[in-house]
Design a protein around this ligand. Sequence first.
Ligand SMILES: Nc1ncnc2c1ncn2[C@@H]1O[C@H](COP(=O)(O)OP(=O)(O)OP(=O)(O)O)[C@@H](O)[C@H]1O
Length: 304
Amino acid sequence: MIELNALTRRYGRTTAVDDLTLTVRPGHVTGFLGPNGAGKSTTLRMIIGLTEPTSGTVTVDGVRFADRPRGLRHAGALLDAGDVHGGRSAVAHLWALARSNGIARGRVDEVLREVGLSAAARRRIGGFSLGMRQRLGIAAALLGDPPVLLFDEPFNGLDPEGVRWVRDLFRRLAAEGRTVFVSSHLMSEMQNCVDRLVVIGRGRLIAEQSLAEFAAGSTRAGVSVRTPDAAGLAAVLAAEGADVRPGDAGALIVTGLTAARIGDLALAHRIGLHELSTRTASLEDAFMALTADSVEYLAGEGIR
Ligand SMILES: Nc1ncnc2c1ncn2[C@@H]1O[C@H](COP(=O)(O)OP(=O)(O)OP(=O)(O)O)[C@@H](O)[C@H]1O
């Protein structure tokens, strides 16, 4: 279990993490979502004591992580897969970590097998692809067989088979009763693997709920309509109290009326329809809507 209490970190005038209070529970894969610069990496670094909070506290299973000797037995983290000594072999890198954390050397072969790097174990890490580095970072996180696992953007650089493998691994780790906390700025990466979500923006907590609650609360049902007389139909629907917005490729997105009612109204006004379909917002849409006010870097707009 990870507990954050009023956790705050400032860098000069930037508040990277702002008064964050939340609990990440065992037995779940919890997604940690937020746009670029939201404060995810800073939060993860504070959890394992790599960054000092400006104020507030964070504990792993009730204890400040920095106060634990042999930390890898208590929490394993993949933070920056590039942050390894490129001149070393994978096996030498893991042996060094095992030694300093009092972990049996035999465990190194086990985790290399687990992440599919046995064949590359004696190659220099400098020659590894990004995906191989991610696998090595995951091997290091698993080394101490810890009850708490943190992964910062673990899907970066993985091919589709790798993505599926990582998702299965996370689900298995959670089913074993571990706390699994996974950051990403993409909802699409998360939706097939997490069962709880923590969403932050500009360092602040925006939502903390199950994926089911998130989906239920944010589903914005609407009806997509195509017609050669968009202006005419929009006027008819607006007069009935509907909200009508332009959708993709000339479609109208209508909320506030059912598809059946829209069809009946179009018929009554002799307006032809080429498409009439009910749609629900994807989780990606819901995430974008939730974090829209806290996106720091917008394409085409520069920095706000
Ligand atoms: N060492 C540092 N010095 C100064 N500012 C920092 C430092 N680390 C992070 N920041 C700032 O804190 C804010 C949060 O950064 P952080 O890397 O935690 O966000 P993030 O959610 O992980 O983003 P991303 O998805 O882009 O990795 C950003 O504005 C960033 O520029």
